[in-house]
Design a protein around this ligand. Structure first.
Ligand code: XMP
Length: 315
């Protein structure tokens, strides 16, 4: 039986032993890096530098939420606003693997700049057991190269400290609850963020459409689940497809793109079944999306593909 209180006091003691100089951690806003950061901060306080990179592919309000969460724990967080660099690097890049590679490489460069600035000697990471069990030839990574802050190069010459290395997700969630970390119950979100939900050209405008539509899907599904009208899926989002179709707004012809809504039931993301969502709720989502994105989107479709054969994300 996992004892969160006991784990926390042991981990803090170990971190005190391991870190005797400046340490840096990349915080994604996800639960793993947040828990690792809070533990390391308890152990070494000001020696720890927490860095959050705003790539421009975050969900609506996400950057503000991450900043508020760290502030609530009295931890200083450096937000690097790197959206312009990401959009410039991704200009003309539409092939999914090339996109993922560009995003991963730029993340390393942005993070290395911060590491040099603070002269860090240690790198704290929120790596958990499935991260290293699944790497090394897992099926998953041959399908898509996953981008995580855990994917930093080994030649970084930093001492790597991984306080959560032996834990599984449910144990990390329990730690988060015990530590009062508010991201504990969030749905999974891919490392490259909204970039892999924006098929085709990555422009601030198109990513903005995806951000708004993801927020609408989240709001409507969560409200409907709260009312008991549906079961909350394991993951649910909107993606923008570069498929234009003819529509009509008022009396005027429109020629906009397509939003696909995806929602799945899953245990661990390795396989998934599409969720059966009541039509009344899908209809509400569709109306809100076409109203919010007039001129950009004039058609909304629902994805009824299981995994396999489809993956959960579209890219
Ligand atoms: P797929 O699309 O491969 O996704 O069926 C399975 C689960 O993994 C998430 N996902 C990622 N998570 N880095 C991550 O940490 C990534 O690069 C990444 N790509 C996909 C996806 O959202 C789903 O929960």
């Amino acid at each position: 039986m996992f004892d969160a209180e006991e784990f926390i006091s042991e981990a803090v003691e170990n971190l005190k032993q391991q870190i005797d100089d400046i340490a840096i951690i990349a915080c994604s806003g996800g639960v793993d890096s947040a828990v690792a950061a809070v533990l390391a901060h308890k152990a070494v306080g000001g020696l720890l530098h927490c860095v959050y990179v705003d790539t421009g592919f975050m969900r609506k309000g996400e950057t503000e939420q991450v900043e508020a969460m760290f502030a609530a724990h009295g931890i200083e967080l450096t937000t690097v606003h790197a959206a312009d660099r990401y959009f410039a690097a991704l200009e003309g890049v539409t092939e999914p693997e090339a996109k993922r590679k560009t995003i991963g490489e730029l993340f390393i460069r942005v993070f290395e700049d911060e590491q040099v600035k603070v002269d860090a000697k240690y790198l704290v990471q929120g790596t958990i057991a499935p991260d290293w069990i699944e790497s090394g030839g897992g099926v998953r990574d041959t399908i898509k190269s996953h981008h995580n802050v855990g994917g930093l190069p080994e030649d970084m010459t930093l001492g790597v400290v991984e306080p959560l290395r032996e834990l599984y997700k449910d144990e990390v969630r329990e730690l988060a609850r015990t530590l009062g970390i508010s991201v504990a119950e969030r749905q999974p979100f891919p490392g490259p963020g909204l970039a892999v939900r924006t098929l085709g050209d990555l422009t601030p405008e198109r990513v903005g459409v995806v951000r708004e539509c993801c927020a609408i899907v989240e709001e409507e599904f969560e409200a409907a689940a709260e009312r008991g009208e549906m079961e909350l899926p394991w993951q649910y989002y909107a993606a923008l497809l570069p498929v234009r179709s003819v529509g009509v707004h008022g009396d005027v012809r429109a020629y906009g793109e397509t939003i696909v809504v995806r929602a799945v039931r899953s245990m661990d993301g390795m396989s998934a079944r599409y969720s059966e969502i009541p039509h009344s709720i899908l209809q509400k989502v569709s109306t809100r999306i076409t109203n919010a994105c007039k001129g950009s989107v004039n058609r909304v479709v629902y994805d009824i593909t299981h995994k396999p054969p489809g993956t959960i994300e579209w890219e």
